[in-house]
Design a protein around this ligand. Structure first.
Ligand code: OKP
Ligand code: ZN
Length: 357
């Protein structure tokens, strides 16, 4: 299958993040993308293609305009205000009770406070090249979506930074623009293959972490089904949302499905739950499937606590392929650098064995 990749991802390279109370090396390192590319080349995959440029419109269809403007200007404004060149860090977050005042919080002008207004944690650090990187990461997702829309059985967007934690107007968890949501919305808005007037898209998130941003973006919609398998958020990042009783609201009720899982999940248990998730996707009968592909479910991942072996990843790809749906794979997390390439290539090759392109 075709891989879409932009080397501009490397413009985003924060050195440090707050981790367990200390400044530690940033987990979303630029070499993650290179490692995946190398593994795909070794697996005999075709060389990657650069993304096409869809402009800002498909991004603005998912993200708030003021947030997008913030992402574009944050670094310059921060430095202009005397901020350290290492990157933008929030120093305050809105208090929940501020919402009492007419359901809104005041938008500050001070760059460090504005960063708190648009962030939910300290890990989405904005450096000089962040906007360029996230813009092209989103374009990779859109290009892969277009390839599948045009009839390919599958495509892989090697996105970096990842996206599934980003809300319409919030960054966090190394994410700024929600690549999988942007691709899903673009596909859901495409009319050429719409049966009965509406194109349905299933967004299946198999990153170790709950896709809080994707869930929130589609929470009240029935044209995008969001299904996620993840470490239980009562124990694991991103905390606060992602429980099994969150099912969507209004017209979206029943179209959010969460499988929060216990520590130490092994291969057979994971495949069993993934099969349940796939059954829900099949029942929805979507026109397209988008996969938020994280391999931080791997047993030695520093940010996860599952116990999956590398042998599971081709089986995951095969199970997804058995749905028989046009499928867009979007890269999310995976931080066990030595096995990252093998595990990602495993999912894609497992898919291709069932559905060759
Ligand atoms: C991004 B993705 C745990 C801190 C976690 C952020 C993790 C972001 C994961 N002590 N920090 O979903 O792979
Ligand atoms: Zn993750």
């Amino acid at each position: 299958m075709q891989t879409i990749f932009s080397d501009l991802h490397a413009r985003h390279h924060p050195g440090l993040e707050f981790y367990e109370g200390e400044l530690k090396h940033y987990h979303d390192t630029p070499n993650r993308a290179q490692i995946v590319l190398d593994a795909l080349r070794s697996a005999g995959c075709a060389a990657p293609s650069a993304p096409q440029d869809f402009g800002l419109d498909p991004i603005l269809a998912v993200h708030r305009a003021d947030y997008v403007t913030y992402l574009q200007r944050a670094y310059a404004d921060w430095v202009g205000d005397g901020g350290i060149p290492a990157g933008v860090f929030p120093d305050v977050f809105p208090m929940r009770s501020a919402m009492r005042h007419g359901g809104r919080i005041l938008r500050p002008t001070k760059p460090s406070a504005l960063a708190g207004y648009y962030s939910f944690d300290l890990t989405a650090i904005i450096v000089e090249g962040t906007w360029e990187a996230v813009y092209h990461s989103a374009q990779c997702a859109l290009t892969a979506a277009r390839i599948v829309h045009a009839g390919a059985p599958a495509a892989f967007a090697l996105c970096r930074p990842p996206g599934h934690h980003a809300h319409a107007d919030l960054c966090g968890g190394y994410c700024f623009l929600n690549n999988a949501s942007i691709a899903s919305h673009w596909l859901a808005s495409s009319t050429s293959t719409a049966k009965e007037g509406q194109t349905r898209v299933a967004l299946l998130d198999i990153d170790f972490h709950h896709g809080n941003g994707s869930q929130d973006i589609f929470y009240s919609r029935d044209d995008v089904l969001f299904v996620s398998l993840h470490g239980d958020p009562s124990r694991q990042y991103p905390y606060f949302i992602g429980a099994a009783d969150e099912c969507g609201e209004g017209p979206g009720y029943g179209y959010t499905v969460n499988f929060p899982l216990e520590q130490g999940v092994g291969d057979e248990r994971y495949l069993d739950v993934l099969a349940q998730a796939c059954e829900r996707v099949a029942r929805y009968a979507p026109s397209y499937l988008v996969i938020s592909l994280g391999v931080d479910t791997y047993q030695f991942d520093p940010l996860g606590d599952f116990a999956l072996t590398s042998a599971i990843y081709p089986r995951i790809g095969a199970l997804i392929a058995q749905l028989g749906l046009p499928t867009v794979f979007i890269m999310e997390g995976g931080y066990a650098i030595e096995q990252l390439g093998l595990n990602v290539a495993g999912v894609l090759s497992g898919f291709e064995e069932v559905r060759p392109s």
